[in-house]
Design a protein around this ligand. Structure first.
Ligand code: IPM
Ligand code: MG
Length: 358
């Protein structure tokens, strides 16, 4: 088997962490007997610098004709003063939308060897943490009408939250199906006490819940969810929510696992094409220092193997290799809690060696 992977190294630490992801993929491919071909494409700030647009058309076509897309991270202070449509983030939203990747899966797992990095009291997480955030990714306020106008008191700006039944239903199904493969529990998060879009969201979820009667369903208001995530995070299995709420809650969920540097993500649509990226950003402050944690990217590569290439054994080998490296005590600076740390490349080496046997 031979697969084509489009690679967006991106900005900041993106290129460094993607390099380790590719090495992990190659180690897994070698062991499990398939071939990977990579094609580098530009997106984000680097695309802006070279081509004057954060999302070149060529990038979209290359991604569409690949089996999967691996992405580092985009953005940085250099591009922060550009108008919205030229910012690196516009490239990211554009590629998600152009590829129809409406479902963002963000697993927030507390790795046992990293329990000490969890900022919550030990008794709160004694049973571990394993939450799957399912975030709607191509709708809502991120893509609704926005603009500026003159109002009664001078300049005004607005963004619009908008959801159709179709959009809610398809992300809902992803959530319910995922719950079926896990602990069969799903929490739908909205703000139905205030927002009409949330009331439609909730109505639609209730209809779906009837179809999935084998999955325990509950609704939760987003403010309460933010609180429960630190009060009793173990109560959650799958959380399904809108684009904006998912953005915020997934950062919170990642923090309670100890390090945002550990968590991968997959963005999926109706086919097998997916985009895989760590949930952390481009960390411009440490770019080029070789200190970034490549594990979230390496774990994103495991998701890539599982969801887009249907190579579950290779995916599990990568995940076991990461687990082993952590159990043996290897840490990058972000998870070292002041103890000695290894750099990006060294962590990549350690994981790659373990992939051969894990
Ligand atoms: C994320 C990021 C992006 C988002 C930004 C960079 C546009 O925060 O993937 O969570 O808000 O979706
Ligand atoms: Mg975010």
């Amino acid at each position: 088997m031979k697969y084509n992977i489009a690679v967006i190294r991106g900005d900041g630490i993106g290129p460094e962490i993607v390099e380790e992801g590719i090495r992990a993929l190659n180690a897994a491919a070698k062991r499990f007997g398939f071939t990977l071909a990579y094609r580098d494409v530009l997106m984000g700030g680097c695309a802006m610098d070279e081509l004057g647009t954060p999302l070149p058309q060529d990038t979209i076509s290359a991604c569409k004709s690949s089996d999967a897309v691996l992405l580092g991270a985009v953005g940085g202070p250099k591009w922060e003063t550009l108008p919205g449509h030229l910012r690196p983030e516009a490239g990211l939203l554009g590629i998600r939308s152009a590829l129809g990747l409406y479902a963002n899966l963000r697993p927030a797992v507390l790795f046992d060897p990293l329990k000490d990095a969890c900022p919550l009291k030990p008794e709160i997480v004694s049973g571990g943490l394993d939450i799957l955030m399912v975030r709607e990714l191509t709708g809502g306020i991120y893509f609704g009408e926005r603009g500026r106008k003159r109002g009664e008191h001078g300049e005004e700006a607005y963004d619009t939250e908008r959801y159709s039944v179709m959009e809610v239903e398809r992300i809902g199904r992803i959530g319910f199906e995922a719950a079926r493969k896990r602990r069969r529990k799903i929490t739908s998060v909205d703000k139905a006490n205030v927002l009409e879009s949330s009331r439609l969201w909730r109505e639609t979820m209730h209809k779906l819940a009837k179809e999935y009667s084998d999955v325990a369903y509950d609704d939760m208001l987003v403010d309460n969810c933010a609180m429960q995530l630190v009060r009793n995070p173990a109560r959650f299995d799958v959380v399904v929510t809108s684009n904006l709420f998912g953005d915020i809650l997934s950062d919170e969920a990642s923090m309670i696992t100890g390090s945002i540097g550990m968590l991968p993500s997959a963005s999926l649509g109706n086919g097998t094409l997916g985009l895989y990226e760590p949930i952390h950003g481009s960390a411009p402050d440490i770019a080029g220092t070789g200190a970034a944690n490549p594990l979230a990217t390496i774990l994103s590569c495991a998701m890539l193997l599982r969801y887009s290439l249907n190579q579950p054994d290779a995916a599990s080998a990568i995940e076991r290799a990461v687990q082993q490296a952590l159990e043996e005590g290897w840490r990058t600076a972000d998870i070292a809690a002041g103890k000695p740390a290894v750099g990006t490349r060294e962590m990549g080496d350690i994981v790659c060696r373990r992939i051969e046997t894990a």
